[in-house]
Design a protein around this ligand. Structure first.
Ligand code: MRU
Length: 392
């Protein structure tokens, strides 16, 4: 059925003036023009230079967008995956095949498979359910997949506000002094969420109540999600922020300039181990040495009780050209197969390029979820919180 996936994404350039439109452009949206439903993505590989939308008309285009990081970040991957199943159903693709391709597009963020399987399950159940009036089984099932994607999108937006509130309260409990200097890594704002994000949403909440002294933004090598995306979001919100190279974090801690580290997560194992963007674990080690709280903010869709521990988390290995070349954001980051950037290492250099690393639970001060805070981080506390969320 591979030929069903022949169509690819199409670019639409939105605006030369990113200042004018930044807050109006969601990270993704579902549209239903006369030609048929589409999933529209803000192409994050082009930010901050250009705001360009990528229109996916078929699931394979979405798989490519996921692999190239045009759409990225754990919660948004879940939402995108769910809409991808809805897209396959609405446009008559093989839904089972599309679901598998979407769920496998990237391995580490558990939200992706969660979102895909949730919409797929809704599709299957509606297909098997005879009730539906004039609608055919296919129409009913496609509508159910879309409803599941919309529900996940909405829940993520609501969860984001609740995480922000819990996170802000935790900061106030843990930190003395009126304003906070927060270090963050990668990108965890509205670009990864149905709402305002995870860790970034907490920093934004602190900013709104006048308690953010400074957001330290790690540039996040090699793909610069911090420099390109977090700085972009912080600037749009008028937050006080400063960009640093990842390797400058140590001297910042040593100078006593960091009150707390706030990061997101791609998968949290049953024992509380946290997989997040590569470079998170060194920050946890630094934070412990300097007695600074290391706080993970993530929705429960990121918690995977089926994965027992950190060693069982599959860490995505990305192509070496992302390290051996620098690619300007105004040119597409070119997907996973090819480079095309400016070489910064001798031709033929081998690169080690894991996309994530794993922080053990003993280095995590607290995990902030939409259902409350887990601290200290233990398997029992995490599992209790998950049980509580299911009972409510
Ligand atoms: O490779 P990316 O850009 O998808 O990685 C994203 C991250 O590591 C984020 O920190 C994580 O998904 C949490 S987002 C709330």
């Amino acid at each position: 059925m591979a030929d069903q996936y022949a169509q690819s994404g199409e670019d639409i350039r939105l605006s030369e003036d990113i200042q004018a439109t930044a807050h109006d452009i969601p990270a993704l949206r579902w549209e239903e023009p006369a030609e048929g439903p589409v999933l529209v993505l803000l192409d994050q590989t082009r930010l901050p230079a250009e705001e360009v939308e990528l229109v996916c008309t078929d699931p394979q285009a979405l798989v490519q967008a996921i692999r190239s990081l045009a759409v990225r970040g754990a919660p948004l991957l879940g939402i995108a995956g769910a809409y991808g199943v809805a897209l396959a159903a609405a446009r008559g693709f093989d839904v089972e095949e599309a679901a598998d391709a979407l769920a496998d597009a990237r391995p580490t963020a558990v939200n992706l498979a969660y979102g895909v399987r949730r919409a797929q399950q809704a599709y299957r159940s509606a297909f098997g359910n005879g009730a539906g009036g004039a609608q055919s089984g296919q129409e009913r099932a496609a509508a159910a997949a879309l409803a599941a994607a919309r529900a996940l999108h909405q829940e993520d937006a609501e969860g984001s506000s609740r995480m922000a509130a819990h996170g802000l309260q935790l900061l106030d409990e843990l930190l003395t002094g009126g304003t906070h200097r927060i270090l963050t890594h990668c990108n965890t704002g509205a670009l990864v969420s149905g709402g305002e994000g995870t860790a970034f949403a907490v920093a934004l909440a602190a900013h709104r109540v006048g308690r953010l002294n400074r957001l330290w933004v790690d540039e996040t090598r090699p793909l610069l999600q911090g420099a390109r995306l977090t700085a972009y979001e912080a600037a749009r919100h008028g937050m006080s922020y400063t960009l640093l190279t990842d390797s400058a974090a140590g001297s910042l801690f040593a100078a006593g300039e960091v009150d707390a580290v706030l990061i997101g997560a791609d998968r949290i194992a049953a024992d509380g181990s946290v997989a997040n963007k590569v470079g998170s674990y060194p920050l946890a080690v630094l934070a412990r040495y300097h007695h600074v709280p290391f706080i993970v903010v993530a929705p429960l869709t990121t918690v995977d009780l089926e994965t027992p521990d950190g060693g069982s988390i599959e860490v995505e290995q990305r192509p070496g050209h992302e390290v051996t070349e620098v690619t300007a954001p105004q040119a597409p980051l070119a997907g996973v197969e090819a480079g095309g950037g400016i070489p910064v290492a001798p031709l033929g250099t081998q690169a080690y390029n894991p996309a994530f690393d794993v922080t053990p639970p003993e280095l995590v001060t607290a995990i902030v979820t939409e259902w409350g805070v887990v601290a200290p981080v233990t398997a029992e506390a995490l599992s209790e919180l998950c049980d509580r969320s299911r009972q409510t």
